[in-house]
Design a binder for this molecule. Structure first.
Ligand code: ATP
Ligand code: MG
Length: 472
C-alpha cells in the first residue's frame, strides 16, 4: 500500500526504489506524544505502528516486524527496559531508541547496557528524533544484511559433514541439495565405503522431513521372512514367536525417510511388496488384512550394479525403475585423489582428539603415499588406516612408515606386494591401469603402450570402470 507520506518521500528523494521503507514501532503511554511521533515519522517516509504499552507492543511484533522500536522508558506494566529484554529475541534485527522523561540519564544508560542503540530526552527535539531513528534504521538494515550473508555462506558451504572438493563430489553434493527438498525416491550407488549412508542421512537432514525419523534397514542382514516383518511389521500370531503386534520400519519412518541399504539383497518375492509400496504407498503387516498407508520418502543404496542384476534376473526391472528416479553415483576415492588430503586431515583430527594424541599432520611422503594408493575400501578404509596410524604412532607427525606397518597404503608407489593377497585380479588390473594413466599424465596412447594393450582395450576398461574423471 502506498500512503501519501510514501509518495511524498519518493518525490523528495527522487524515488530511490531500491531503498525499502523502514518500519518504526512507537511505544508510549501518552497518546499525544505517540501520535505526534508517528505522524512525524510517516512524514519522513517510515511506515509506523503505535502501541500504548509494552504488552501491546510485544503482541504487535508478530505482525509488524519493526526495524526500529522507539519506546518510552517509564510506562505502566511492562516498561521500556523490560520491553527491550522481551522483544530482542523476537526481532533480533530491530534497533531500539529509548525516550526518557526527566532527563534521568541513569535509566537511559541501563537501556543502552541492555542493547538499546541510543536515547532521547524529553521534551523531544524533533530533529534529534529523526536523526536518531534514521541511524537506528541503518543499523538494523546492516544487521539484517549480515544475517542474510551468514545464511548464504552457511548454505553455500554445502552439505554439512561431507567433505570433498573434487568436481565429481561437488556434482554429487549439488544433486543432494536439490533432491533433498522433494519426496522423490533416490538410488545411491557406489563402491563399499564411498559414503552412501552419509549421503542418505544428508538428504534426510536437508529435507523438510528433518524433524521426523530417519530409519535405516540393512536388507542384507535378514532372511526373507524376517525382513518382511521388519519392513512392514506383523500382527499378533502372524507366525510362531509373534506374540504381539509390531509396527514395521515403514510405520516407524512415517513422516520421515526410510533408508533401504543394500537394496540388491532384497529377495524377489519381497521386491513385489516394495514395488507396491512405491507405486501405491500401501502395504499390509505380515498376517494382517488392514491396508496401511504412510508418508515415507525412500532412499535406497547399493554397491552392486542393479542394472546388471535386472539383466541377470535377480532384481525386478520395474522396481529398479521405481527406485532409480534420482540416481546418485558416488565416485570411488581413487577417482578423486585431490580429496584424500582433506579427508586424511579430517580423520587425523577426529582420532587424535578421540585418543588424546597431539599429532599435527603428515610428512609429505606419507601424504603422497596416501594419494597414490588405490583405496579399494574407499573412505572407510582411509578412515581406518588413519585411526590405526594415530594409535600406533609415537611422534607428532605421521610418517609413511606408520602406514606401511599398518596397511597397504604405506607401500611405495609401484610396490604392489603389500596389496597381495587382498586384491582380485580385476582390481589389480584396474589399479595397474589407473597408476599407469596417472604416470603418463592421462595420455591414453602412452599408457596403452606401457601396459602392452591396445588403445581400444584401454578405452573400453576406462569406460567400464567410469575412470573418465581421472583422465581429464
Ligand atoms: N565425503 C566424506 N566426508 C567425510 N566422511 C566421509 C565421506 N565419505 C565417507 N565418509 C566416512 O566414511 C565412512 C564410510 O561411509 P559410509 O558408511 O557412508 O559408506 P557406505 O558407502 O555406506 O559403505 P558400505 O557400502 O560399506 O556400507 C563413514 O565413517 C563416513 O562418515
Ligand atoms: Mg553403508
Amino acid at each position: 500500500m502506498v500512503t501519501e507520506a510514501a509518495t511524498r518521500r519518493e518525490t523528495s528523494t527522487g524515488g530511490d526504489e531500491k531503498r525499502r521503507r523502514g518500519r518504526v514501532l512507537v511505544v508510549d503511554d501518552e497518546a499525544n506524544a505517540r501520535e505526534a511521533l508517528a505522524e512525524l515519522l510517516e512524514e519522513e517516509g517510515y511506515e509506523t505502528a503505535t502501541a500504548a504499552e509494552g504488552r501491546r507492543a510485544l503482541e504487535m511484533l508478530s505482525t509488524f516486524d519493526p526495524d526500529v522500536i522507539l519506546t518510552d522508558l517509564k510506562m505502566p506494566g511492562i516498561d521500556g527496559l523490560e520491553l527491550i529484554d522481551r522483544a530482542k529475541p523476537q526481532c533480533p534485527h530491530a534497533a531500539f531508541v529509548v525516550m526518557t522523561a526527566f532527563g534521568s540519564i541513569d535509566t537511559a544508560v541501563q537501556a543502552i547496557k541492555r542493547g538499546a542503540e541510543n536515547y532521547l530526552t524529553k521534551p523531544l527535539d524533533l530533529a534529534a528524533v529523526t536523526a536518531l531513528v534514521e541511524r537506528a534504521f541503518e543499523k538494523s538494515l546492516l544487521s539484517r544484511e549480515a544475517a542474510q550473508l551468514r545464511e548464504q555462506v552457511e548454505t553455500k558451504g554445502g552439505v554439512p559433514g561431507i567433505l570433498g572438493d573434487h568436481p565429481s563430489m561437488q556434482r554429487v553434493l549439488k544433486v543432494v541439495e536439490q533432491v533433498a527438498k522433494s519426496r522423490a525416491t533416490v538410488l545411491i550407488s557406489g563402491e563399499s565405503g564411498t559414503g552412501k549412508e552419509l549421503i542418505a542421512a544428508a538428504i534426510h537432514h536437508l529435507s523438510p522431513r528433518r524433524g521426523r525419523p530417519f530409519v535405516r534397514v540393512n536388507c542384507a542382514a535378514l532372511a526373507e521372512s524376517l525382513l518382511e516383518s521388519e519392513l512392514f511389521g506383523h500382527e499378533k500370531g502372524a507366525f510362531t514367536g509373534a506374540h504381539t503386534r509390531r509396527a514395521g520400519r515403514f510405520e516407524q519412518a512415517d513422516g520421515g525417510t526410510l533408508f533401504l541399504d543394500e537394496i540388491s539383497e532384497v529377495p524377489l518375492p519381497l521386491q513385489v511388496k516394495l514395488l507396491r509400496f512405491l507405486q501405491e504407498r500401501e502395504f499390509e503387516r505380515v498376517g494382517g488384512n488392514e491396508t496401511l498407508t504412510v508418508d515415507v520418502r525412500v532412499v535406497a543404496a547399493t554397491n552392486k550394479d542393479l542394472e546388471q542384476a535386472t539383466k541377470a534376473g535377480t532384481f525386478r526391472e520395474d522396481l529398479f525403475y521405481r527406485l532409480d528416479v534420482v540416481r546418485i553415483d558416488l565416485p570411488p576415492l581413487r577417482a578423486r585423489p585431490s580429496d584424500i588430503p582433506v579427508l586424511a586431515y579430517h580423520f587425523l583430527r577426529k582420532y587424535a582428539a578421540e585418543n588424546d594424541r597431539q599429532i599435527e599432520g603428515f610428512t609429505d611422503e606419507a601424504l603422497r603415499a596416501l594419494m597414490d594408493y588405490g583405496w579399494p575400501g574407499n573412505v572407510r578404509e582411509l578412515e581406518n588406516a588413519i585411526e590405526r596410524a594415530v594409535v600406533l604412532s609415537d611422534g607428532p607427525v605421521l610418517d609413511v612408515d606408520v602406514f606401511s606397518r599398518t596397511s597397504a597404503a604405506g607401500g611405495k608407489a609401484g610396490d604392489l606386494s603389500a596389496l597381495i593377497p587382498g586384491l582380485s585380479l580385476k582390481e589389480l588390473e584396474r589399479l595397474a591401469i589407473e597408476r599407469t594413466l596417472a604416470a603418463c599424465n592421462g595420455s591414453r596412447s602412452k599408457a596403452a603402450a606401457m601396459l602392452g594393450i591396445s588403445r581400444r582395450t584401454l578405452q573400453y576398461r576406462i569406460k567400464e570402470w567410469n575412470l573418465g574423471d581421472t583422465v581429464e
